[in-house]
Design a protein around this ligand. Structure first.
Ligand code: SF4
Length: 212
């Protein structure tokens, strides 16, 4: 790791010592469902929906046995509800038929589930199982690492490969969780707080902006 990269991780540890997710969940099944529902939706809204949803749907079998219209209405406030209901149904079908209703604890099997890509899989594995098999690159992680030039790639999978080379494996989940917080609170999309940012002395972004 370069000095800046080491400094970045220790600074993130100082800023977000207990960096977790804002999504509410009690087990790997609930986290998987919550992450799927969080596409194009705020965590706050997902939490509101899942508060009721998880009282009714406790296992993949519960979702599989529910008709699609009922499922759609249950998740409607999260947006794109028809597509999400279909994904939930197909994902749970595979969990029931091929994994005895259990969430697989490795990235290859998890990404074989319909609607589950590396971001979702890494997030669930890292946070629900404490297994470090990838770095979840969401919109916040992508924006921040592009601005910091930790990766100049645009595709999440390629960004993840770059990050996996510079971040120690035991920090992969922490790194993603804390950058999501950092991207929400400091390095925001529209108005990053560069003057108050601890990485201001080496981040190329403020100077690039002033040259534009
Ligand atoms: S200096 Fe600005 S652009 Fe760079 S990481 Fe900090 S907030 Fe983001």
């Amino acid at each position: 790791m370069k000095q800046n990269d080491t400094g970045l991780i220790s600074e993130l540890s100082r800023l977000y010592p207990d960096a977790g997710l804002d999504l509410h969940y009690r087990n790997s099944f609930e986290l998987l469902i919550a992450v799927i529902l969080s596409a194009q939706c705020t965590d706050e809204r997902v939490n509101k929906v899942t508060e009721t949803f998880f009282r009714i749907y406790k296992t993949p079998r519960d979702i599989l046995d529910t008709d699609i219209q009922t499922l759609e209405q249950a998740i409607r406030p999260t947006g794109f509800f028809r597509r999400k209901a279909l994904i939930l149904k197909e994902c749970c079908r595979k969990l029931v038929e091929e994994f005895q209703g259990k969430i697989p604890a490795n990235i290859d099997e998890m990404t074989s589930l319909p609607g589950v890509g590396r971001k979702t899989a890494a997030m669930v594995l890292g946070n629900a199982f404490r297994i470090e098999e990838g770095i979840a690159v969401d919109t916040h992680v992508k924006r921040v690492v592009n601005r910091l030039k930790l990766s100049v790639q645009q595709q999440p999978e390629k960004i993840e490969q770059d990050l996996m080379r510079i971040v120690p494996r035991d920090k992969w989940t922490f790194f993603s969780n804390s950058l999501i917080q950092f991207g929400r609170n400091i390095c925001t999309a529209r108005k990053p707080d560069c003057p108050g940012c601890p990485f201001n002395d080496w981040c190329p972004f403020p100077e690039e902006q002033s040259n534009n």
